[in-house]
Write a protein that binds this ligand. Structure first.
Ligand code: GLU
Length: 493
């Protein structure tokens, strides 16, 4: 059986930073499109002008590219169904609102915000759910036309059925049945002539021939409205998929602003740009988010190609997923180990440069095998590798004194190490390690003491990649200078 190519879309509103939720929907959209030989589309839903944040649209496009989820159609790449920014499509929505008014599925509403506010207050006082009271629902169409001609401000409301039930089918949740008397006549076109999400998304999904609508489950509340709008136009419905919600790490409720700020302090974030700055890889982020809502084994390590291979919408799950940053670390570290040396070097370089370090590319390639296994995030390269690119290191004098020894014994070790190493024509690890081990044997000091002092002297820190391999890369001259400097420090103590 041949599979019909899917057309999927990510339709974010540019109202803030791009977050994990958007990335996950985009990933599933992308996987389905690629799997079926279809297209993945970016549509910017910017009709709520008050909430639009400058720069947010660019952040979304950059974020998708960083993740490697390149869209086939979108505002900056064009496509046969454009424009892909909703504020550039207002006539299309106005025409469609008119179709609904003309066929009796929508009506102009002249209620002022003040009046609506009063009605809402009153309903709340009576412990009713706030809803539109239907004042304009049955206005005489000729009267309404006259008021419009007179320049009175109006919105267009969708005329929801008042009797019976609406059955909406979600691919993951089955039929969702709602009593129509609980539904409300929502505004679909605002006084400024721009549509609300409800009309704009439905019209665009149809016009852009979207076959699968994947979105957050926060839209389940207005799902009956959306299917009623599609049906009022007489269109075929897309496959609706409302994805699982993300819960905060404790699993109790959604992540709040405060918790997001706390996560950031711990080196984690739910925002894509931050994740990039914090040293997470697109592969790690995608693998991690893929499994929050997709019923494959929780620890499956997958590249995007492997995900495309395995993806089906039938394996998505509606159950909420608690955000687990330790798993993000796990997937990130795992994918770092899968990168080629050249690729990892290219990704680490900006983190060194960000610290003001002048990176020598040949040195960078050499240190990768030494530090790769130690990296959880890319920016960990600073703690394990900055000393390779510094002219000098500044060891903490206290750390130069080995455990169980005093400053003068430690100075003696440093002096001896200097002599042994200075006697070598080069500092290859094969050449340096045996005489240094022999010295440990004959001196009566232990390995930790001797190598510990040497490590702090040469790298400026107590924890580093393998010592002799590191010394080889740093080179004879710099190593000897650093050891001499350590001797001087110790002799002054
Ligand atoms: N603009 C909506 C949002 O950002 C899109 C929801 C949808 O995908 O239909 O939540």
């Amino acid at each position: 059986m041949s599979i019909k190519p899917a057309r999927t879309r990510i339709a974010p509103s540019p109202t803030g930073h791009m977050h994990l939720g958007t990335a996950r929907v985009a990933l599933y959209d992308y996987l389905l499109a690629k799997k079926t030989g279809g297209q993945f589309i970016l549509r910017i839903e910017d009709t709520d002008l008050k909430r639009t944040v400058p720069g947010a649209e660019q952040e979304i496009m950059d974020g998708l590219r960083w993740l490697g989820l390149q869209y086939d159609e979108g505002p900056d790449v064009g496509g046969p169904y454009g424009p892909y920014r909703q504020t550039e499509r207002r006539e299309i929505y106005q025409q469609h609102a008119k179709i609904l008014v003309d066929n009796g599925h929508a009506y102009p509403c002249f209620c002022t915000p003040e009046r609506l506010d009063k009605v809402r207050q009153e309903q709340m006082k009576n412990k009713e759910n706030p809803h539109y009271d239907g004042t304009c629902r049955n206005l005489d169409p000729d009267d309404a036309a006259k008021r419009i001609a007179n320049g009175e401000a109006y919105t267009i409301r969708f005329k929801m059925p008042q009797e019976g039930v609406t059955v909406a089918h979600d691919h993951l949740r089955g039929d969702i049945t709602t009593e129509n008397k609980q539904l409300n006549d929502q505004v679909i076109l605002k006084t400024d002539g721009l549509p609300t999400y409800h009309l704009a998304a439905i019209v665009d999904d149809h016009e852009m021939q979207i076959t699968h609508v994947m979105r957050g489950s926060e839209w389940l509340g207005t799902f009956p409205l959306h299917v009623n709008i599609v049906r009022a136009f007489g269109w075929e419905e897309p496959t609706w998929i409302h994805l699982s919600v993300f819960l905060k790490p404790s699993g109790k409720g959604k992540m709040s602003k405060r918790e997001a700020a706390q996560a950031m302090k711990d080196g984690y974030s739910i925002f894509i740009k931050d994740m990039q700055d914090l040293g997470f890889t697109p592969e790690g982020v995608l693998n991690w988010s893929a499994l929050m809502g997709w019923g494959v084994a929780e620890d499956d390590v997958m590249t995007v190609e492997q995900m495309i291979e395995r993806f089906t919408i039938d394996s998505l799950t509606p159950s909420p997923a608690a955000i687990n940053f330790q798993k993000l670390d796990h997937f990130n570290a795992t994918h770092i180990r899968l990168l080629t040396t050249e690729d990892l070097a290219a990704r680490l370089k900006p983190y060194f440069t960000r610290e003001g370090l002048a990176v020598k590319d040949d040195v960078l390639l050499k240190i990768i095998p030494l530090i790769r296994e130690r990296l959880t995030t890319l920016d960990d390269c600073i703690s394990f590798g900055a000393f390779f690119f510094k002219d000098e290191v500044t060891p903490n004098p206290e750390e130069l004194i080995a455990k169980g020894l005093d400053a003068s014994q430690s100075a003696e070790i440093a002096r001896r190490a200097y002599e042994i190493l200075a006697a070598q024509p080069d500092l290859s690890h094969e050449r340096c390690e045996p005489p240094m081990r022999a010295y440990v044997e004959e001196s009566g000091f232990n390995t930790n003491q001797v190598f510990g002092i040497l490590r702090v002297a040469v790298t400026g820190q107590k924890v580093s990649p393998p010592l002799f391999e590191s010394m080889e890369i740093i080179g004879r001259e710099v190593c000897l200078r650093r050891i001499q400097n350590a001797v001087a420090i110790l002799e002054k103590l």
